[in-house]
Design a protein around this ligand. Structure first.
Ligand SMILES: C[S@@+](CC[C@H](N)C(=O)[O-])C[C@H]1O[C@@H](n2cnc3c(N)ncnc32)[C@H](O)[C@@H]1O
Length: 236
């Protein structure tokens, strides 16, 4: 049920998301720099952008000489990713929770999945697929909502459970209810290490200085407590 609601929310958000993504502070000056700094090498590498949204990551990676394949559950996001990248890269509609049957074993150097794992109730099948399509020693780079931030934000009383939650987003020009799953830290780490990876790097980020120009309130808050967490895991 949640999956249909998540898709509906992103179909509704897609155009505004695409219009704002270049400079939206949480994305441009908080998530992206920290995620990108975990990708070991970009030039000449095959990178899978899982849940690519409107293709902003792909645009940056293609610009730095990578070959990019991206997918997303939202057809509107995929149309925008194609438009933004002008025929460069390959983008298709696909659900992260389903087997990535069109992708060959050991065909990617890096898989990036930014700000999307919290739309999945069970991370295990997706991580097994990421491990399958990565080359040996390939990297999985994830950005996720920080589990301690989510626990507070959703006023949870059940830390140890994976809970269906919903938030009203108003930062993309209209109010949209976005459903997701919050989980304890253990449920972020163990699915990674149990499905063929070791964790090599973890960042609890602070915003880049440019963030402050766009949003002083969140700049101050994010310097005191993290909203996101960035993980690099390496295929064993
Ligand atoms: C917060 S956006 C992030 C987009 C992009 N990774 C970025 O950081 O610019 C989350 C994206 O996840 C996608 N998404 C949500 N659930 C998904 C699923 N089950 N399979 C594939 N994509 C999904 C949404 O459509 C949306 O484009």
């Amino acid at each position: 049920m949640s999956k249909e609601k998540i898709l509906e929310a992103y179909e509704d958000l897609a155009e505004d998301y695409n219009a704002l993504i270049d400079h939206k502070p949480h994305n441009a000056y908080y998530d992206r720099p920290n995620t990108l700094r975990l990708i070991p090498v970009i030039k000449g590498k095959h990178i899978l952008d899982a849940a690519c949204g409107p293709g902003k990551y792909a645009e940056i990676l293609l610009g730095q000489g990578a070959m990019v394949t991206g997918f997303d559950i939202s057809p509107k996001m995929i149309a925008l990713a194609n438009e933004r990248n002008n025929g460069r890269g390959e983008f298709y509609v696909h659900d992260l929770s389903q087997p990535m049957i069109t992708l060959k074993d050991e065909s990617f150097d890096t898989v990036v999945c930014a700000l999307a794992m919290h739309y999945l109730e069970d991370w295990n099948p997706t991580l097994r697929e990421f491990a399958r399509v990565l080359k040996p020693n390939g990297s999985l780079v994830l950005s996720i909502e920080h589990p301690f931030f989510e626990y507070e934000y959703f006023k949870s009383k059940k830390y140890f459970e994976v809970e269906a939650v919903a938030a009203t987003w108003s930062g993309f020009g209209k109010d949209v209810i976005v459903h997701s799953y919050r989980r304890p830290l253990m449920e972020c780490i163990l699915p990674i290490t149990r499905n063929g990876f070791y964790i090599d790097q973890l960042i609890e980020p602070k915003p880049e200085p440019e963030f402050e120009k766009y949003d002083k309130k969140h700049f101050k808050e994010l310097n005191a407590f993290p909203s996101f967490m960035h993980i690099r895991a390496v295929k064993r």
